[in-house]
Design a protein around this ligand. Structure first.
Ligand SMILES: [Zn+2]
Length: 478
């Protein structure tokens, strides 16, 4: 018999009538990895009781877009720099140099660092679409998180030889090989770690995959019953490239080749028809809504560069299923919720839209819908015990009236007291239990120093770190 645990709560975001509701006081009961009861009281026998009467208990966040093997090394490198020529996308200018400069141990250091960062900032389920899935699966299993893992693949890559134009180098056979390996990886990884690990498909970008590769991916997603990710409408140059190739927007082309489905989790979808940066007519949102495709909205990676979805409430109104992701650094879902609400309001020039409830639902129930998991993103009988415990008596959470508004507009990672996945604590009283925090910090620092030194080798112009990313202030002269 699994151990039965009773949690006495200050407040619970409990699932009732198909939506989140606020339950004052409240008791949550777990049996092993599963929530078996939520309600005002509970009179049955239990093996253990947890006193969380000074805490807010919420479902964990589902982070639908990450690159765990790279993102931590965006920090201190990609901020405050960008090229007008590429409409402020770093994809063709800076990314190739960074990727070339990262050694295998640097990628692993990023993955291990990410485990700590994700747990501390509220992610309990993560979707990772990089290229070292085996290592990620091992790290996830050790850390105790829940994960959907893909080994990304593509038929070509971007580069620039002059800093003016984006060009594509194609290797279609490598794309097909990558696809076959990605399918085999799903079969091998699916169900690992007590079912916490599952696989999905991630052809990498709309402009770097052939039509054949995308069609094969769509068929495999359907027959295997797995999510299908793709970066699309993520830069102005990509949008213009697709218009040049097909006379269609990227989304229109995906519809034409039969790629769109309810299994889609499309990364970004920022530069669509109707966005002010593309200045192009069409109704991409209606197409997405028609096919039930979901969007992984990663507000920060764009907002940091002065770019934004236009707008979160408009996509919602069109019927697009919006999920949230962190993409770059910081890999904090707390920040993702806050910035999605704020930028959503700024772009709509309205206050009463992109509300705390909208973004909290996006980070939980909307993502669970895309994953077809009615046991995730909610506190309800039968759901997995993936639970966050927030301090209620903190500076940021007081005064307490509307817990979700306090959480979205005020909370920090310091308010997150315990994190539980599958009924097991990964963090308790602010201490990570499955990751050695100092070790992952030290390894990431060393990885960064190695990478910064090697940046000129992979850069089209051989630029140094100081040229690629000038320091904020000059060093003090001794
Ligand atoms: Zn991405």
């Amino acid at each position: 018999m699994a151990k039965r645990v009773r949690i006495d709560c200050g407040q619970v975001i409990a699932f009732q009538g198909g939506e989140h509701r606020v339950l004052d006081g409240g008791v949550v009961v777990l049996e092993g990895e599963t929530i078996v009861h939520v309600g005002p009281s509970f009179s049955g026998e239990v093996d253990e009781a947890i006193d969380a009467r000074d805490m807010l208990v919420t479902p964990g966040f589902i982070n639908t877009h990450t690159h765990l093997a790279e993102s931590p090394l965006d920090k201190s490198l990609v901020e405050d720099v960008g090229k007008r020529q590429f409409y402020y996308s770093g994809l063709a200018d800076m990314l190739p140099a960074r990727s070339a400069a990262m050694d295998e141990d640097a990628r692993r250091a990023c993955v291990d660092f990410s485990m700590a960062e994700l747990i501390r900032t509220g992610t309990t389920t993560v979707m990772e679409m990089g290229g070292i899935g085996d290592y990620v699966a091992d790290a996830v299993e050790r850390a105790g998180l829940r994960a959907y893992i893909a080994n990304g693949y593509r038929s070509g890559r971007w580069f620039t030889r002059d800093g003016k134009k984006v060009e594509y180098a194609w290797d279609e056979e490598a794309g097909l090989r990558g696809f076959r390996e990605a399918v085999a990886f799903i079969e091998q990884v699916d169900g690992r770690a007590n079912g916490r690990i599952k696989g999905f498909l991630s052809p990498m970008q709309v402009d770097t995959c052939t039509e054949e590769l995308l069609r094969l991916s769509r068929q495999a997603s359907e027959s295997m019953g797995v999510p299908l990710a793709l970066h699309v409408s993520q830069s102005v140059f990509e949008f213009q490239e697709m218009v040049r190739r097909h006379g269609l927007t990227p989304i229109e082309w995906l519809e034409q080749i039969g790629f769109l489905s309810e299994w889609n989790i499309l990364g970004h979808v920022i530069f669509i028809a109707g966005n002010s940066w593309t200045n192009f007519t069409g109704d991409d949102l209606a197409i997405l809504a028609r096919h039930g495709a979901s969007v992984a909205h990663c507000v920060w990676v764009f907002a940091r560069r002065g770019l934004a979805m236009e707008s979160f409430p408009r996509y919602q109104a069109a019927g697009v299923n919006l999920c949230l992701g962190t993409d770059t650094c910081p890999q904090s879902m707390i920040e993702a919720l806050r910035w999605t609400a704020v930028i959503g309001k700024v772009m709509a020039r309205q206050t009463e839209v992109a509300t705390a409830g909208d973004v909290f639902t996006a980070a939980t129930l909307n993502a669970a819908r895309m994953l077809r998991r009615d046991d995730l993103g909610r506190i309800a009988p039968g759901a997995k015990a993936d639970v966050l415990f927030w301090r209620l008596r903190s500076l940021t959470m007081t005064p307490l009236r509307d817990p979700i508004r306090n959480l979205v507009y005020n909370a920090t990672a310091n308010d997150l007291q315990h994190v539980m996945v599958d009924g097991r604590f990964l963090m308790r009283d602010g201490q990570l239990l499955t990751v050695d925090e100092q070790t992952v910090i030290d390894r990431l620092q060393e990885a960064g120093e190695r990478m910064w030194a090697r940046l000129p080798e992979g850069d089209w112009a051989g630029r140094s770190i100081e040229e690629l990313s000038p320091p904020t202030y000059r060093p003090y002269q001794a």
